[in-house]
Design a protein around this ligand. Structure first.
Ligand code: 5GP
Ligand code: ZN
Length: 113
């Protein structure tokens, strides 16, 4: 989608530190990390959040999470991690292209908000 920064990151128009890429997604380092390891899983298809996805996009997201599970050790997350996807105003979503935050590399707080 035109003017979407995550579409531009996914197609390489905006540079990023990519740790993984395939036909479905990219996994990049977050620009402003909130944990020792803070990655973003970004599907290449544009949709705003899970309330907007088609059945096909739901299957795509499932594939992305499965693939992530196969790469956690090489990302330095073998001790565990947290997945977060912010949605809308209450969720503090700032980029309206679905993405999953992957947080780890340290002991995370047991409080989540
Ligand atoms: P949200 O607030 O939508 O859940 O998360 C957006 C995330 O994208 C934030 O953690 C922010 O730091 C990250 N971000 C925003 N712009 C860029 C960018 O241009 N490059 C990278 N790597 N991360 C970005
Ligand atoms: Zn987009």
């Amino acid at each position: 989608m035109k003017d979407c920064i995550f579409c531009k990151i996914a197609n390489g128009e905006i540079p990023s530190t990519k740790l993984f890429e395939d036909e479905d997604m990219v996994i990049i380092k977050d620009l402003n990390p909130q944990a020792k390891i803070h990655l973003l899983l970004i599907p290449k298809q544009h949709f705003c959040d899970i309330t907007e996805m088609s059945d096909e996009q739901a299957a795509l997201l499932g594939r992305c999470l499965k693939k992530l599970s196969e790469h956690v050790d090489e990302f330095g997350l073998s001790e565990g991690f947290r997945l977060v996807s912010n949605k809308g105003k209450h969720g503090c979503q700032s980029v309206p292209h679905l993405h999953i935050h992957i947080l780890g590399g340290q002991q995370l707080d047991d409080k989540m908000c």
